[in-house]
Design a protein around this ligand. Structure first.
Ligand code: SF4
Length: 133
């Protein structure tokens, strides 16, 4: 079985993108590196052959920042099988009133939010990996 692709949007300029990237990194590097791997969204967008090959027909999880859903849409357009879609903005809504940080740094509350999002994504990775085993 090939590893599940976890792809954060990594949007620039707003805290949403930073939250999505940090959550994606935590899942792929710390929480379940044996089951999933990150793919750079920019490489998929530029139709890089290696990146396209790694996505096409493969199980993907999009970790987007906001309702624009750039990662999910790009993965679907590139032929990825997007089995789960997460949005950092939904995690932030659960922490209304807390300051998560900016597009360049996370506060302690922001790190907590990205950790929470990463936990949700890693649970989905484990569930999908079990289904595909
Ligand atoms: S999903 Fe939102 S935060 Fe992420 S790249 Fe797109 S517009 Fe930016």
């Amino acid at each position: 079985m090939s590893k599940i692709k976890v792809v954060p949007c990594s949007g620039i300029g707003k805290v949403f993108g930073l939250l999505s990237r940090e959550a994606g990194l935590k899942v792929t590097k710390e929480l379940c590196p044996e089951l999933c791997e990150a793919v750079c969204l920019a490489r998929v967008m530029t139709v890089d052959d290696d990146a396209k090959e790694s996505i096409e027909g493969k199980t993907c999880i999009a970790v987007d920042g906001c309702p624009k859903m750039c990662a999910a849409k790009t993965l679907e357009a590139a032929g990825g099988v997007v089995k789960a879609k997460f949005r950092a903005v939904d995690t932030m809504r659960l922490h209304r009133g807390e300051d998560a940080g900016t597009g360049t740094f996370l506060t302690d509350a922001g790190w907590n939010m990205s950790g929470e999002l990463a936990e949700q994504v890693s649970e989905k990775v484990k569930e999908l990996a079990k289904e595909e085993a």
